[in-house]
Design a protein. Structure first.
Length: 114
């Protein structure tokens, strides 16, 4: 059974930092690209960052230089380090195992107060 379990969401002041984690089970983690998405109230879910099986990364323009995605294949975990957080980063953040698996975690709430 595939499971993606996110953790690390919290309420933080603007300028602060958070580290999100996603623990995967039931998949051969190392062969999949993994992504973080987010969805703010009333908005569509959007791609934040992706890390390929080989470790290459891509980021949404608005988070470049502030967020870092990483993976630990030994622990079947993907992380999202978020620094210099802004109120507009407030959203539910979802972990996603990319194609062909295409599986979502349940999400973790990040709230950034101004």
């Amino acid at each position: 059974q595939v499971q993606l379990v996110e953790s690390g969401g919290d309420l933080v002041q603007a300028g602060g930092s958070l580290r999100l984690s996603c623990a995967a089970s039931g998949i051969t983690f190392r062969i999949y690209a993994m992504s973080w998405y987010r969805q703010a109230p009333g908005k569509q879910r959007e791609l934040v960052a992706t890390i390929t099986s080989g470790g290459s990364t891509n980021y949404k323009d608005s988070v470049k230089g502030r967020f870092t995605i990483s993976r630990d294949n030994a622990k079947n975990t993907v992380h999202l380090q978020m620094n210099s957080l802004k109120p507009e980063d407030t959203a539910v953040y979802y972990c996603h195992a990319d194609s062909p698996l295409n599986y979502w975690g349940q999400g973790t709430q990040v709230t950034v107060s101004s």
